[in-house]
Write a protein that binds this ligand. Structure first.
Ligand code: GLA
Length: 395
């Protein structure tokens, strides 16, 4: 599938730019085992890059100050001058790359002309972070082609900045970090406060993580994502006024939160309560994973879903239904919505021998309830953004 994507994207490059691409880059999407919405609240997350990618076919142009993008999946193009300041535009996909360009420019670095065609196997609006792959893929390419000297953390932060400034979504760092730092077979335990991270094997022998796509599409520009951040920020402001010596959000206790309950109001209280509980769950999940305790991990996934659904309120009827029906099946240890929410995928921990039966049962009931065909993704944990060599490309 990856070979097909590379070949299709190279072909698109040839037909639009009438020449061969010089280099090919792959930027992956991500899953997140657990740790949802805590990446902008000093939490820990447990994501991993997956074998679904945005592929970029790229060529530097000589004597040109123009960067031209061709988005194969939208059959749409956009060009901009690399020595001028850029502002957000109406074509949504363009803002991800212009935002990256702007962040690079603001850091005082400059780039030359480029031609880029890109295509994707990451389903959009499904909670698998196609946006981060686009942002960080482009940042990585600029860094490589123009020797900008950014390190990997800086590339992730540039991607996040693009999303904040040009797209308007106040996302955390998890998606960009995973796309840049992913490693085959390894889950990343990321401290979103310090960006310290460690890798470890997802040790769940006999079980698989399988994704069910509700096919309810969302964009976090219009979902409640930014509202949730506002609710949380209201709570944090009062907490820090009351307890100024606390360094990180995760160090507030449940008792401290209870003390400010009436001042911050029920909504902010519920949101902050969810976050403090979720941050603790991630630490327990990391332990469960490293000890191979799949049952306990499954229980934590279930708790996360109910927190996301009732306290953080970022699920939707379709996801709640899918998760509930999945849990009724034999061999299912845990199921929860994944990512920012308001649609997208669930992540399910299922005993290998039961996977087919679970898929058949849940897909049938989902279709009967909502008249939607659920999609299923069996993803492999893969490397982060990578370049493919010319020989590999052109076979
Ligand atoms: C989206 C955001 C991430 C993170 C998740 C929820 O994917 O981009 O930063 O907040 O939602 O965990």
């Amino acid at each position: 599938m990856q070979e097909q994507l590379i070949s299709d994207t190279s072909q698109a490059f040839r037909s639009v730019f009438h020449s061969e691409p010089e280099r090919i880059f792959l930027a992956p999407g991500r899953i997140n085992i657990i740790g949802e919405h805590v990446d902008y609240s000093d939490g820990f997350v447990l994501p991993a890059a997956i074998d679904k990618y945005i592929c970029f076919a790229v060529k530097k142009t000589v004597d040109s100050d123009i960067c031209t993008f061709y988005a194969k999946d939208f059959n749409d193009s956009f060009s901009f001058k690399v020595n001028e300041k850029q502002v957000p535009v109406a074509q949504m996909w363009v803002n991800y790359v212009l935002g990256v360009f702007n962040a690079v420019q603001e850091s005082g670095k400059s780039i030359g002309g480029l031609q880029i065609a890109f295509g994707s196997t990451i389903p959009m609006g499904s909670g698998l972070s196609s946006s981060a792959a686009l942002e960080c893929g482009f940042a990585y390419i600029l860094n490589e082609l123009f020797n900008l000297g950014f390190n990997k953390k800086e590339l992730a932060v540039i991607g996040q900045k693009a999303e904040h400034t040009f797209v308007g979504v106040k996302c955390g760092i998890m998606d960009q970090f995973s796309s840049v730092f992913g490693k085959e077979h390894q889950v990343i335990m990321l401290d979103c406060n310090s960006l310290d991270h460690q890798y470890f094997e997802a040790n769940v022998d006999g079980y698989s993580f399988v994704l069910f796509d509700s096919c309810v599409k969302h964009t976090h520009l219009t979902s409640g994502y930014n509202d949730r951040r506002r609710d949380v920020d209201n709570g944090k402001k009062v907490l820090w006024e009351r307890f100024p010596d606390v360094q990180k959000f995760r160090d507030f206790s449940f008792e401290m939160l209870d003390e400010v309950r009436s001042e911050i109001g029920e909504i902010s209280y519920k949101r902050c309560m969810y976050l403090l509980k979720e941050i603790k769950r991630v630490e327990e999940a990391a332990k469960a994973l490293s000890e191979g305790n799949a049952e306990y991990l499954g229980k934590l996934l279930n708790e996360t879903h109910s927190g996301l659904s009732t306290e953080f309120e970022v699920s939707c009827n379709e996801l709640d239904f899918m998760v509930e029906e999945t849990r009724k099946e034999n061999g299912v240890l845990g199921a929860r919505m994944m990512g920012g929410g308001f649609g997208g995928c669930s992540i399910n921990l299922i005993k290998n021998e039961n996977v087919e039966d679970v898929i058949a049962a849940v897909a049938a009931r989902y279709k009967a309830a909502f008249d939607i065909e659920m999609k299923v993704y069996r993803v492999k944990i893969s490397d982060g953004i990578n370049e493919y060599t010319r020989n590999e490309i052109l076979i």
